[in-house]
Design a protein around this ligand. Structure first.
Ligand SMILES: [Fe+2]
Length: 198
């Protein structure tokens, strides 16, 4: 279940309808997809894409997406820290960044155009969001360092980040919250030990 937070105001939004309304002016859409019984714990990328084919095909038709794949990040991922440094600095892309989470969770930070403050969207299993092309953003994993996502692309060549000089990501510690934040162990790891930067 997604959560939106605005650090500058202290606002937090948990209700899916309110999250959708908050994100809409920024061109960001959030959907909840039914996940119960769709895939097993050990599902392959092919099985995941097949299980969610109806939703993927709907998005492809609506958003000019031409390909979909599955990214699998876990503590066992080789060179994970190096990989994560590509995501944790403010950047833009020339195409939409669309992600549906099937395992784990993470935080998309958005630095909107204009005067609106930076906000963060924590996504978990069942959450789909897009980050529109040209939107300044960055991404952190949570302390479990795990996320498995379906990705959709508008270009078969995939995307490359275009980094922002003096990005504001340095002002926002990579913390997660929600159920993950409420367990004593996870909370202490996230708060006290320096959360995982992804
Ligand atoms: Fe990105």
């Amino acid at each position: 279940m997604a959560t939106v937070k605005v650090p500058a105001t202290g606002a937090q939004i948990d209700d899916p309808a309110e999250i959708g309304a908050f994100l809409k002016p920024y061109g960001i859409w959030h959907e909840r997809w039914e996940v119960e019984g769709r895939i097993g714990d050990d599902a392959t990328a092919e099985e995941i894409l097949a299980a969610y084919e109806p939703e993927i095909e709907r998005l492809k038709r609506a958003g000019s997406f031409v390909t979909a794949d599955v990214i699998n990040v876990s503590p066992e991922t080789p060179n994970l820290d190096a990989m994560l440094t590509k995501f944790d600095k403010e950047h833009t892309h020339s195409e939409d960044e669309v992600r549906f989470t099937v395992r784990g969770h993470g935080v998309f930070w958005i630095n909107p155009a204009g005067d609106d403050p930076v906000f963060a969207i924590e996504v978990g299993v069942g959450d789909l969001i897009n980050v529109p092309q040209g939107t300044k953003h960055w991404f952190h994993l949570c302390n479990d360092r795990t996320i498995r996502c379906i990705r959709l692309f508008q270009e078969t060549s995939g995307w490359t980040p275009e980094y922002i000089d003096d990005g504001v990501h340095v002002e926002h510690p990579p913390v997660c919250w929600g159920p993950n934040f409420l367990t004593a162990e996870a909370g202490s790891a996230a708060l006290g030990d320096g959360p995982v930067r992804l």
